[in-house]
Design a protein. Structure first.
Length: 408
């Protein structure tokens, strides 16, 4: 029977895979329809009420697509709704948030040197911030301020910059950027669930009842869909950021995240311009490169390192008190600490991988689960076994982990 840590890892793998699959489906359909919408042409042969058409070729066949701003005269029986891609992406993403950051709050969510929070407090802040993001955004969109889409986007950007800074004041760097991505993704998915889909249902209901649909519902849905289009790439960047300490573990991580949103705009503007046949705005390439280089420069600022010694509490204290801990400390310091150090001694390495430092007993105890998963349950670490960790040493790590009473 597998130890619980292995089963838990596979639960996380399944959730992450589901999230990636659904995100691909959502982003793919979103990008496709934005490109389709921008590429529509008006021709004399269009049927009544049709706004534009597009001819496409794919998979050996030709497709003739027509768009109606409100609705056609008769509602087709085989109408396809694009909604579950969005819902499934958010639900699987929230599942990942629970599995990794809520249930692993002591390791991934809370940094006592930033804000000494109880687990329930950190989770409450997380949930409240996601709710706040949607409520604030939706109210602004529906206000007079939101009548001007350019002004609205600038206002939204200011909110995102403020949230980027605020998250870094309460969570670990890794959790802060992940939450900024979740904050933005919640707005995007809520746009679909709370605005776009209800508006489309109103239009369909009016058409079936023989009433003339109000075009304002389509206009509102188009505005929210455009916002989603420009927010997608930054969300992807932020969701991947937890794998790269140069992004999340730097002094200016909140500023890096803020600049990523600008880079997402320049990239999408180039694609949208091309799809709309409005030329090739080369300046977007230059602007994107400049922003990226600025981000790379900011990442060289002093990294956030954990203190050399911290008071051990909870599971970490249990691991430190378990039989065999002294031997494991010796193994880890001999086989892992040349890389996982505040100042790595391995040639060409300038910061600890994943920002994991394993120099002191307290640091080793705090990373017990990951050490065991990477070096005992699997042989992922050391990479290519460059430090020659012996099978007996891996067995010692596993015995120590199980001695702490957390194994199956």
């Amino acid at each position: 029977m597998y130890d619980w840590v292995v089963l838990w890892e596979w639960v996380a793998i399944a959730a992450r895979w589901t999230h990636v699959i659904t995100a691909i489906a959502w982003i793919g359909s979103s990008f496709y329809f934005i490109a389709l919408d921008l590429g529509l042409r008006q021709t004399p042969s269009l049927p009544p009420l049709a706004h534009g058409e597009e001819w496409q070729v794919h998979g050996g066949g030709f497709y003739h697509i027509q768009k109606y701003l409100v609705a056609p005269e008769m509602m087709p029986d085989h109408l396809t709704w694009f909604k579950w891609e969005s819902y499934s992406t958010w639900l699987s993403g929230f599942a990942m948030l629970v599995l990794v950051y809520y249930l692993g709050a002591d390791l991934y969510l809370i940094d006592p040197t930033i804000a000494d929070l109880q687990t329930w407090q950190a989770i409450a802040i997380s949930l409240a911030s996601l709710a706040f993001g949607w409520i604030a955004y939706d109210l602004i969109c529906k206000s007079r301020f939101g009548d001007d889409n350019t002004r609205l986007m600038i206002g939204l950007y200011i909110i995102l910059v403020g949230m980027a800074w605020a998250y870094t004041q309460v969570f670990t760097g890794r959790a802060a950027l992940l939450h900024l991505g979740a904050f933005t993704a919640t707005i995007m998915s809520a746009n679909v669930f709370m605005i776009i889909m209800p508006n489309q249902r109103i239009v369909v209901a009016d058409l079936k009842a023989g009433r003339k649909p109000d075009p304002k519902y389509g206009k509102i849905a188009k505005q929210r869909s455009t916002h989603n289009n420009y927010l997608t790439l930054p969300v992807i960047f932020l969701m991947l950021s937890n794998h790269y300490p140069l992004i999340f573990a730097t002094e200016y991580n909140w500023l890096i995240a803020s600049l990523v949103f600008l880079m997402g705009v320049t990239i999408r503007h180039w694609f949208n311009s091309k799809h709309a046949r409005k030329g090739n705005p080369h300046w977007t390439w230059f602007a994107t490169a400049v922003i990226f280089l600025l981000i790379a420069w900011l990442s060289t600022a002093p990294m956030r390192h954990r203190p050399d010694e911290t008071a051990l509490t909870g599971p970490a204290l249990t691991y430190a008190s378990a039989e065999g801990f002294d031997e494991v400390v010796s193994i880890v310091q001999g086989r892992c600490s040349m890389c996982h150090a505040a100042e790595p001694s391995w040639e060409g390495m300038h910061w600890p991988p994943k920002n994991v430092v394993l120099e002191t007993p307290s640091q080793i105890a705090s990373e017990a689960q990951r050490i065991t998963l990477q070096s005992a349950y699997t042989h992922a670490m050391p990479p290519a076994n460059l430090s020659y960790m012996e099978p007996a040493e891996r067995d010692a790590i596993l015995r120590w982990f199980r001695a702490a009473g957390v194994g199956g």
